[in-house]
Design a binder for this molecule. Sequence first.
Ligand code: ARG
Ligand code: ZN
Length: 849
Amino acid sequence: MKDAAPQTIYLRDYTPFGFVVEEVHLTFRLAPTSTRVLSRIKFAPNPEATDKTFFLHGEDLILKSSKIDGKKVTPTVTPEGLTCAVPDKPFVWESEVEISPQTNTALEGLYMSNGMYCTQCEAEGFRKITYYPDRPDVMSVFTVRVEGPHPVLLSNGNPKDSGDGWAEWRDPWPKPSYLFALVAGDLVNFPGEFTTCSGKDVELNIWARPGDEGKCAFGMEALKKSMKWDEEVYGREYDLDIFNIVAVDDFNMGAMENKGLNVFNSSAVLASPETSTDMNFERIEAIIAHEYFHNWTGNRITCRDWFQLCLKEGLTVFRDSQFTSDMRSAPVKRISDVIDLRGRQFPEDQGPLSHPVRPESFQEINNFYTATVYEKGAEVIGMLKRLVGDEDYAEALELYFARHDGQACTIEDWLKVFEDVTGRDLTQFKRWYSQSGTPRLSVSEAYADGTYTLTFKQHTPPSPDQAEKLPQVLPIAVGLLNPNGDEVVKTTLLEMTEAEQSFEFRDLASKPVPSLLRGFSAPVVLERAASRDEQVFLLAHDTDAFNRWEAGRNLARASLIAMVRDGAAPDQAYLDGLAALLRDDDLDPAFRALMLSLPSQSELAQALYEVGVTPDPDQIWQAKETMADTMARTFRDLLPKLAFEGKVTEPYEPSAEQSGKRSLGAAALALQTRLDGGEAAQKQFDKADNMTLQLSALSQLIQAGKDAKAVQSFHDQWKDDRLVMDKWFGLQVGAAHPAQAVDRAKALTEHPAFDMKNPNRFRAVFGALAMNHAGFHRKDGAGYDLLADWLIKLDAKNPQTTARMCSAFQTWRRYDADRQSLMKAALERIAAQPSLSRDTTEMVSRILG
Ligand code: ARG
Ligand code: ZN
């Protein structure tokens, strides 16, 4: 329900809670529409707090009874919680509430998914389970009793005792309520075991619905690898006797790190070669690692308040990306991360939703689980590590764990360990946490008497939330190549702190070619009027894999912009340079596949907007089509070779090596389809014995408009597999011709298997629509209207997912006047809904500005 006046919460208003919680006992009597939750909580006055108001959060709860020290009390209850007079000494609070998991479609708190009970408490879901100080700085040990007629009854910590229809769990580690979890149902487990570095045996389980047990093996291996890696690289050992993961079909996000009982969106854990793509496997491995790593960065050390979310998320994303780099290919991971950053975080940071990595205010915290907090938050840690070096980074982390174990911390605590270890003053670096927007970095060069000078200027445009920006600390990794391609200066880290700053390199025999911002050493937009020849040179010679890819990307982007703006032809020098790389079979196939990918339509729209051209989505789409057609013709003779190198003859494995080959094969197939109209794709589709090959073929057939048969047979083959059907729904919209995307999305919402209450299914259709750039931005506004219609419908059931998906409209101001007014009208229509959720209200009003 819409609050009378949405409240804004400010970081600067933080005060500690008036009480500490010494112990929590919970009993759950499960029933679909009338679950009883009994709590017994030991409170004591908090000597560190001045405000002694006894306020417990509570939403959508029916209070049946409450007692203090065994005596009935009558608290004052509001829609947000309750207050009560309490003694000025330790006391025991007891309450009994009733809740209805069955009708909880928001998927927050305790809810049901396919007959299974499960919870999602981060960020503020625990208050929908019982009355409690639902804030991360209140930590306590929990004992939980679950009663219900279900074979499996799980909660956090270690199993304590159990009997027929009940089980008790005790979590010895103090935790905030957002890490609470409970799962009950008819589940099967895929077991495993891990012996920690100090010799403790840990029981591992992945729990799934009967029928899904065959999809757990990969996740289990990923979990063991994560546990081992965290011991070896960060010295972190697991701290309970058991670690459970549960796969849940209805889940708003990817997964959740509840202590000892991680709950996963089934799409983020279940996998098999027949039903999952290489990309799915890689994502699952990363998410399992991510949630596991939270055990230390998030759970043992948690956040003081939700403004500090990046303290656990930025760090844990950084850790999971290190893990993936170690398990797979570091350059490929870096390139993929940067593609993702530019695709999701840059538009956010350069539009109306721009906010600092550590926001200073919010209305609904769920709206701040963003690419900025997560991915830019991870970039900030990457920069810190570059600046202080690997050894000091390791030492600072040791100190962080030693000093703050068991605490709820802030970014100040985090930076202080780095200051203490390195003696650096990180005051300016801290701007990365407080200043929003993407810095723009320009560079000029000079060469005289053997001295080469690079002069950088940084500038961050004002954002809606902050008018003035100050210079930031930019670690700029630079290498210099001489004209024959030899590296004359190896990667060197320049530390830029001023608005304008020069760096000199002496004793050079000739004017070098600079390779700037190697490895994407800072999340900035590098504005460089580098000549085309220089980019072609770097594409051929750069020794930094990331920058070699980047040179190709720059050439592709420049060429596509010229095609749209000036009606130019595709850049022949780019195509020639690319052909040379494609011929080089010493290069990792995965890397060559990435070289073949073009910037997204949305990235091009932003790039055009920045050079003062109003982006026309149809023209952008057309330019990419022309470019791809030209690539197909130019590389015609190379395609058989690429297809051959992309072939895997060994039995399917989701390894980096095999999946790299398959991605090169898929890139080759995409070009081949432009020449043969889908013949090769149809063959691949008919023969495919794994989902990676089947889906890449289907995608090509859809793009070629030759999909009628394949779409039907895919459906018939997979209609009983929800996760595969999500792909079926998504691909038909995502790969559709722009003129058809909206109609296909609309038709799919009428399919009997479309279920708006399932976030995966809703996102399959509408996430794909939003990603089909020219399709979504159809001139007549049909894409905007369709999405708005469905967001309005979904908001009444699931505010969180609705609000997230509003970001499809965040770039509305970049387009032409007609599209702008159509998008604005769609947004205003959403905003005008009576009883719009707080989540969606906040998002829409920020986007409208
Ligand atoms: N902490 C989880 C993760 O990143 C995300 C959970 C967010 N959930 C939410 N409803 N905001 O691993
Ligand atoms: Zn996380």
